[in-house]
Design a protein around this ligand. Structure first.
Ligand SMILES: Cc1cc2nc3c(=O)[nH]c(=O)nc-3n(C[C@H](O)[C@H](O)[C@H](O)COP(=O)(O)OP(=O)(O)OC[C@H]3O[C@@H](n4cnc5c(N)ncnc54)[C@H](O)[C@@H]3O)c2cc1C
Length: 188
């Protein structure tokens, strides 16, 4: 069983997976590569002067994989409670089990709604429905979290990436039973 399964590998999901994998949590990242991020050109991402969407997405995947996150190219079709966690089924017929699930599905809430996760009206342009979350990223189902566009934050890459990181830190803290920080010292 994975400790964390992240569904969606745009900035929100890949950033979440980067944090959970770097924290040593057995992490699965499921993505069907139909997100919005690849279509953009970014000049407002703090710390990066400019970057194209494909490069931003692919670098994020590599960063998460570097720390052991397993990326599978699949469409998640259902999430059901199973034992101490959840079973995620995919379109190809594969199943994965995880203790915690982070939904980072961008503009799409169909998987959340189908899985009993509460949704609400969106506030951002063109985002009609989002997952209802608390300030930590928790949904109405304990163990299912949401981050990024699908969690209703402002539709900007740096904000969705930050929201994925925030939610991951909260998941890691819950798994560890104490607040978690990830600070590395300057390498000389
Ligand atoms: C044309 C365009 C230009 C933009 N320009 C800018 C800009 O200049 N600056 C800026 O800050 N922002 C810009 N944005 C917005 C920015 O791209 C988004 O705010 C941000 O990248 C969204 O990240 P996300 O991770 O929430 O969603 P996404 O990047 O959409 O990621 C969601 C991921 O979930 C996957 N997914 C969904 N459902 C499933 C499922 N059931 N199973 C498996 N995978 C699933 C999708 O394939 C996708 O990879 C632009 C957006 C567009 C469309």
């Amino acid at each position: 069983m994975y400790e964390v399964a992240v569904i969606g590998a745009g900035p929100a999901g890949a950033s979440a997976a980067l944090f959970t994998a770097k924290a040593g949590k057995h992490t699965l990242l499921i993505d069907n590569d139909k997100g919005m991020t690849r279509r953009g050109w970014y000049e407002n991402y703090y710390g990066i002067e400019q970057v194209g969407g494909p490069e931003l997405v692919e670098t994020g995947h590599k960063q998460a994989q570097k720390f052991g996150a397993e990326l599978v190219r699949e469409q998640a079709v259902s999430i059901e409670q199973s034992g101490e966690g959840f079973k995620i089924d995919t379109e190809s017929g594969a199943s994965y089990e995880a203790k915690h699930v982070i939904l980072a599905t961008g503009a799409l809430t169909d998987l959340a709604a189908k899985s009993g996760v509460e949704t609400t009206d969106g506030t951002e342009p063109r985002i009609k429905t989002v997952v209802a979350v608390d300030a930590a990223g928790r949904t109405n189902i304990a163990g299912i979290w949401a981050a990024g566009t699908v969690a209703g934050v402002s539709v900007h890459a740096v904000i969705t990436a930050g929201d994925g990181a925030k939610t991951a830190v909260n998941v890691i803290s819950e798994l560890n039973g104490e607040r978690y920080v990830d600070h590395d010292l300057l390498q000389k």
